[in-house]
Design a protein around this ligand. Structure first.
Ligand code: AMP
Ligand code: MG
Length: 649
């Protein structure tokens, strides 16, 4: 075995990423190992070239138009005949005995003192040098016309080759072919062109846990998101993607699949299995697939550190990190440039805008960090809210408008900084209504009704306190909140400051949840249920995070007790329900709709008030009116009730 970095890595099983390369060094090494390389081309007919890249310069084989032709319906004339024509002294021209339609070859010359009827697109007859529009003539019987104005030679005539001249190069190598280019090619009679062949890209997911969408999820299973998202992103960037499925972390099976895929494709992209856990074997296999092998395994990116870039036998082999957002950022940042180059495409240019960060964004020193952001229109311009839920979250992709890049040498970006935001879409979409605060499934029902009425809503979930802060800065119309004030024993109202008013929302029953049939809890009231839980040392609880309204409630229930599970403090109602349903805990506190969806029993504790802090200055906006109106409709009331919420009387 040679002493390459990859074999050194193999020997030191535990060691993670012997050499972490900077983003720039990894990119440079990868490109240097791949380029220059010949661009494979193929000849395709016009029906089959949309979106492809021209691999040859196109010179026009004929003049377009091929002959001098009329641009209007009228009469072909000699301009000199009309030099003296005026309204008061019209000139009379005798009509020649033919009418030139499109596709008609003229037979008779236009002699001095004559005119020939001609349609738009008709070829100019011999002798004629201009067209007079039919609107500017008067018939004189059937065989003559009068013209009451002069015209200049060449008027309303398109000369042969005036659009495209024979021999002229009209399209150049590297042009991406759209409908306009196809039109040009067709107009000069070209039926087929040489184009760059799309690189064939094999996409493979790895992981024992992966389940294909459409299949039932088994215990500890995860849906394979990377396969479809990578295949689509490959197509978006000029590749021809072939998704080959998800493979278990088994070295022999995986190696066979990778060898087969590499033989039949130009590029191999895997995801998962790069973080060198027990089952992570792909990087070992890559070491055996061909030279020069691994270029980078471990790149100073966040997310995306486990990225592995390799070139085997001249073909790129890439292992993207397992988490879908990490996979996507590394794909777009590190793989797309090479893929587009292999496809003959020019580098991608994404739209950018400048936006202000409302809060300090910490960043790890030494890693180039990507932070997804949602844009809202603030008073002084755009504000960029980080949507990050951690690298495992995929919703950020649909909520985010784009991302910011924090360079490796920065350890934070200060609050209030103006930052460039790279957009995911060509333009910023400004929503009609902005709601920032605590999320609730009930809110989705209201938003649904608004969007049926054509009102677009951006709803960012940053928690109640984050929402209030955004409302005070004037960045949203409404902030949904559920904050309990233990002093006044009141919800929400005590937390509003100047410039905000309370719009009553709905109530959510908070209760102690347990698995149905658990005799420790079945049939008990709240107080007895807590006693029962505390009396059983095997009974495990699940708590909530500090700062949540639910946590205040739990601490009241427990007093000084700290039962097993107290330090398990997830951040969502759903996580509490999942922990109890999956038997990682026996009881917790969550809201009734969530308990019901998870099939859990619920012992009611108290009703939590979920209301809206309305920014007074934004009260007159039409979208705010619509929101307030929709909140009162019977449809929304009954939808909320069906989902397990109640409206204040
Ligand atoms: P790995 O790099 O294999 O250790 O995976 C890191 C994380 O990404 C784990 O939580 C995996 O379950 C998850 N993951 C890996 N592959 C996929 C995939 N194709 N779709 C969704 N999640 C994945
Ligand atoms: Mg894995």
């Amino acid at each position: 075995m040679t002493n390459s970095p990859s074999s050194a890595q193999q020997k030191s099983g535990q060691e993670q990423f012997l050499t972490i390369l900077s983003r720039e060094a990894a990119l440079a090494g990868f490109e240097a190992a791949l380029f220059p390389r010949p661009l494979p081309t193929e000849t395709r007919t016009l029906a089959d070239v949309l979106g492809l890249v021209l691999a040859e310069d196109v010179a026009v084989p004929v003049d377009v138009p091929p002959f001098d032709r009329s641009n209007v319906d009228g009469f072909a004339v000699r301009a000199a005949d009309l030099a003296a024509a005026s309204e008061t002294r019209p000139v009379r021209l005798e009509l020649n005995a033919e009418a030139i339609a499109c596709g008609t070859v003229p037979q008779l010359p236009v002699l001095t003192g004559t005119a020939t009827s001609i349609a738009t697109g008709g070829p100019l007859p011999r002798g004629a040098d201009a067209i007079v529009m039919v609107e500017h003539t008067h018939p004189v019987g059937l065989s003559a016309i009068e013209v009451g104005r002069g015209i200049s030679p060449g008027q309303f005539v398109s000369n042969a080759g005036s659009d495209m001249a024979r021999g002229e190069v009209v399209l150049r190598t590297g042009t991406q072919i759209g409908s306009r280019e196809i039109g040009m090619l067709a107009a000069c009679g070209i039926a087929q062109v040489a184009v760059a062949r799309r690189p064939r890209v094999a996409v493979l997911s790895t992981g024992d846990e992966l389940v294909q969408p459409g299949e039932p999820l088994r215990a500890a299973g995860i849906y394979d998101a990377n396969g479809p998202i990578i295949a689509a992103a490959v197509t978006e960037n000029g590749g021809e993607a072939h998704f080959l499925g998800a493979f278990p972390d088994d070295e022999a099976t995986l190696e066979a699949a990778m060898r087969e895929a590499l033989a039949a494709h130009d590029v191999l992209i895997l995801s998962g299995g790069t973080s060198k856990g027990a089952g992570d074997v792909t990087h070992r296999i890559i070491g055996r697939l061909g030279k020069p092998g691994i270029i980078a395994h471990g790149v100073a990116l966040k997310p995306g550190k486990p990225l592995c870039l390799a070139v085997c036998g001249g073909k790129p082999v890439i292992v993207l990190p397992g988490f879908p957002t990490s996979a996507m950022f590394t794909f777009h940042d590190m793989v797309v440039p090479a893929l587009r180059r292999m496809a003959g495409l020019s580098p991608r240019v994404d739209a950018q805008v400048t936006a202000r960060l409302p809060l300090r964004v910490p960043s790890e020193l030494g890693r180039t960090e990507f932070v997804m952001v949602s844009l809202v229109q603030g008073q002084g311009g755009l504000t960029a809210y980080p949507t990050g839920k951690g690298s495992g979250a995929i919703t950020s992709f649909t909520q985010a408008d784009g991302f910011i890049r924090i360079e490796a040498l920065a350890d934070h970006v200060p609050a209030g900084a103006d930052v460039p935001v790279t957009l995911f879409t060509p333009r910023v979409r400004v929503p009609d209504l902005i709601v920032i605060g605590s999320h609730c499934v009930g809110l989705d029902l209201v938003v649904g009704e608004l969007s049926r009425r054509g009102i677009s809503v951006r709803s960012l979930s940053v928690g109640s306190l984050g929402g209030l802060a955004a409302a005070k800065r004037g960045e949203c119309d409404l902030a949904p909140i559920h904050l309990f004030d233990p002093k006044t024993r009141n919800y929400n109202a005590p937390f509003l400051g100047d410039g905000l008013e309370l719009v009553p929302g709905w109530r959510r029953m908070q209760g102690l949840v347990f698995r149905r049939g658990d005799e420790r809890f079945e049939g008990l009231g709240a107080e007895d249920a807590v006693h029962a839980a505390l009396a059983d040392p095997d009974c495990m609880m699940v708590n909530r995070n500090q700062g949540s309204g639910t946590r205040i409630l739990i601490d009241q229930l427990l007093g000084a007790e700290r039962p097993d599970g107290y330090w398990n403090q997830p951040r969502t109602h759903n996580a509490v329900a999942a922990a109890v349903a999956q038997k990682r805990a026996d009881w917790g506190v969550t809201i009734a709709p969530v308990a019901r969806a998870a099939g859990l029993g619920l012992i009611p504790l108290t009703e939590e008030h979920y209301d809206f802090a309305l920014v007074c200055a934004r009260k007159d906006r039409p979208a705010v009116h619509a929101f307030l109106e929709v909140l009162q409709t019977d449809e929304v009331h009954s939808a909320l009730e069906r989902a397990g919420f109640s409206r204040p009387g």
